[in-house]
Design a protein around this ligand. Structure first.
Ligand code: GLU
Length: 284
């Protein structure tokens, strides 16, 4: 009985080796999945993106726009596909890993911080941008940094790194969690919470909305580093490395800067300089 089970395990292991070794000119097929290049060729790439973050991932009707959407278009094109055929699926912070694991989406471009916990479940190409955790408060608030949030109602999103950091490092804050940041911003504007916390670049997008002009302000003292990665399935090393090549090419040919200029850069902030020697998160 025991022998039979061991033999079966060995057979599966051999099979896996055989799959990995065959067709070396072809893109490696990620276990349980079609290569991203094949999906791109078929016009069948599904990107998990945010739908409520102005400048980054914002849905209006059936249209999605923002820097992350432009990055998704660059990736689709680099994989040999037609970006106009991209399918966008709305993700929230908490369902990004499960959406990749279950194949609901092929790629996640959604203000998605690379970290070791998440790397156990998914692979990250990138980073393609580095944000920092900050606070959004009412224009007349006296909060000037995270050292002043003890006893305050601070809103963030389930499954996000900023929510985790508040719970761990600022346990005296009253953390209120929603599934997306726009609900937090509405709560702040209504006066039911004292601050919203997440990445500065996300909060700046809300503060710039005409509805909130003169009402909300970004504290502007980032207290973390949030390197944004492009999530793919944990098994898809080839796809991950290919996306890093695509990012390198996009910096070199100006399409990365153009993606920024068409979205977040509209406020006048120049495109960040992306150091492509730091695209080192994919497994070798
Ligand atoms: N970058 C952080 C994260 O990945 C916050 C933004 C978000 O929740 O999408 O958790």
């Amino acid at each position: 009985m025991r022998f039979t089970r061991m033999a079966a395990v060995a057979a599966v292991a051999l099979l896996a080796l055989g799959t990995a070794a065959c067709g070396s000119d072809e893109p490696a097929t990620p276990a349980g999945g079609t290569p991203l290049t094949a999906k791109a060729a078929a016009g069948d790439l599904k990107f998990g993106v945010k739908a409520d973050q102005p400048g980054l991932g914002l849905q209006t009707g059936s249209n999605y726009e923002g820097f992350d959407i432009e990055i998704a278009k660059i990736i689709a094109k680099g994989l040999g596909g037609d970006p106009a055929k991209n399918k966008y699926v709305t993700t929230v912070s908490a369902n990004r890993e499960p959406f990749l694991q279950q194949g609901t989406v092929d790629v996640v471009v959604a203000t998605y911080t690379i970290n070791d916990d998440r790397k156990k479940k998914v692979n990250f190409a990138g980073p393609y941008y580095t944000a920092g955790q900050d606070l959004l408060v009412k224009a007349d608030s006296t909060i000037t940094g995270p050292e002043q949030i003890d006893g305050k109602k601070v809103c963030s999103v389930t499954g996000s790194t900023p929510a985790k950091r508040i719970a761990e490092k600022y346990p005296k804050a009253q953390l209120q969690l929603f599934d997306n940041y726009s609900k937090c911003v509405t709560a702040l504007n209504d006066g039911t919470v004292d601050a919203v916390t997440t990445d500065d670049i996300i909060l700046a997008g809300y503060a710039a909305q005409p509805d909130f002009a003169g009402k909300l302000k970004l504290v502007g003292k980032p207290f973390s580093s949030e390197p944004y990665g492009i999530g793919v399935k944990l098994e898809d090393k080839a796809g991950c490395n290919k996306i890093n090549e695509i990012l390198k090419a996009a910096v070199a040919d100006g399409s990365y800067a153009a993606a920024w200029n068409a979205t977040l850069g509209k406020s006048g902030t120049p495109a960040p300089t992306l150091d492509t020697t730091k695209l080192t998160n994919c497994p070798a």
